[in-house]
Ligand binder design. Structure first.
Ligand SMILES: Nc1ncnc2c1ncn2[C@@H]1O[C@H](COP(=O)(O)OP(=O)(O)OP(=O)(O)O)[C@@H](O)[C@H]1O
Length: 227
C-alpha cells in the first residue's frame, strides 16, 4: 500500500518581490517498509518536501495524500488529527524537552490524548527497549549522548504507531559511527514494523542504507536510484 503519495506538488514562497520555487511539480509514491533518502544541495527543497509529506505545510498546488486520503479538502483540525495518527517526525537537533525524562519525552505526543496513562507508559518503555535505551528511561536529555537523544526521538516518533516516519537530516549532529547505528535502527523499523521512512540527508552513508535514493535540484526530483 502507498503510505506516502504526492501528485504534482508545488510549494512557492513569496519573499518580498520574489517568488521562491521551493518544490516544483514533484510526484512521489512510497510503500510500506520503504526507506527513501532525499539528497541534494542546500536549498534544493528537501525539507520543504518533507514538510509537505507530513502535512506541516500545505502545497501551493497539487495533492498530498496521507494514509491514502487526499488532504486538500480537510480543515486544519482534521488535517492535524490525521497527521497525529499516521506520521512521526525526527529532526536533526532531536527536539527533546530538556526538563523531561526520556520516557516522558517519548510519551509527549500522547500527553493530551484521551488514552490510558499506564498503557502509554508501558508502550513508551517498550519503545525505549526497542531502540536500546531501556536503561536510560529516567535520564534527562542533558545526561544522554547525541546518539541516545536521537534514539529517544525515534521512540517518540513511534509512540502513535505511525505508518510513516519523516526524518530531516537525522544524522547531521552525530559522528559517523553513531549515525550508522541510528540509520541501522531506522532501516530495522522499515523491515520489522513496515514503517515507511523518508529521510533528507547530505550523508552518503544514509543513502547507502536506503531502498531508494531521490536527488533534488531546484525543487525538482531530478534523479532516482533503487537499491
Ligand atoms: N518559509 C520559507 N519562506 C521563504 N523561503 C523558504 C521558506 N522555506 C524554505 N524556503 C526556500 O525554499 C528553498 C528550499 O529550501 P529547503 O529548506 O526546502 O531546502 P533544503 O534542500 O532542505 O536545504 P538544506 O539542505 O540546507 O536544509 C530555499 O531557497 C529556501 O530559502
Amino acid at each position: 500500500m502507498a503510505t506516502v503519495q504526492v501528485e504534482n506538488a508545488w510549494k512557492l514562497f513569496q519573499v518580498g518581490d520574489e517568488v521562491v520555487r521551493a518544490v516544483v511539480d514533484v510526484s512521489l509514491t512510497a510503500s510500506e517498509g520503504e526507506f527513501v533518502a532525499l539528497m541534494g544541495p542546500s536549498g534544493s527543497g528537501k525539507s520543504t518536501l518533507l514538510h509537505l509529506l507530513g502535512g506541516l505545510d500545505r502545497p501551493t498546488k497539487g495533492e498530498v495524500h496521507i494514509a491514502g486520503r487526499p488532504t486538500s479538502g480537510l480543515t486544519e483540525s482534521q488535517f492535524a488529527a490525521l497527521r497525529h495518527s499516521t506520521i512521526g517526525f525526527i529532526f536533526q537537533s532531536y527536539n527533546l524537552i530538556p526538563f523531561l525524562s526520556a520516557v516522558e519525552n517519548v510519551e509527549l505526543p500522547l500527553m493530551f490524548e484521551p488514552v490510558d496513562r499506564a498503557s502509554v507508559r508501558r508502550r513508551a518503555l517498550d519503545l525505549l527497549d526497542l531502540v536500546g535505551l531501556g536503561h536510560r528511561a529516567s535520564h534527562r536529555p542533558g545526561r544522554m549522548s547525541g546518539g541516545e537523544q536521537q534514539r529517544t526521538a525515534i521512540a517518540r516518533a513511534l509512540i502513535g504507531s505511525p505508518s510513516v516516519v519523516l526524518a530531516d537530516e537525522p544524522t547531521a549532529n552525530l559522528d559517523q559511527r553513531t549515525g550508522e547505528s541510528v540509520v541501522a535502527l531506522l532501516q530495522d523499523l522499515c523491515a520489522r514494523l513496515g514503517v515507511t521512512v523518508v529521510a533528507s540527508t547530505h550523508d552518503p552513508m544514509v543513502a547507502g542504507h536506503a531502498t531508494r535514493v531521490l536527488r533534488m535540484s531546484g525543487g525538482r526530483i531530478t534523479e532516482e536510484n533503487h537499491e
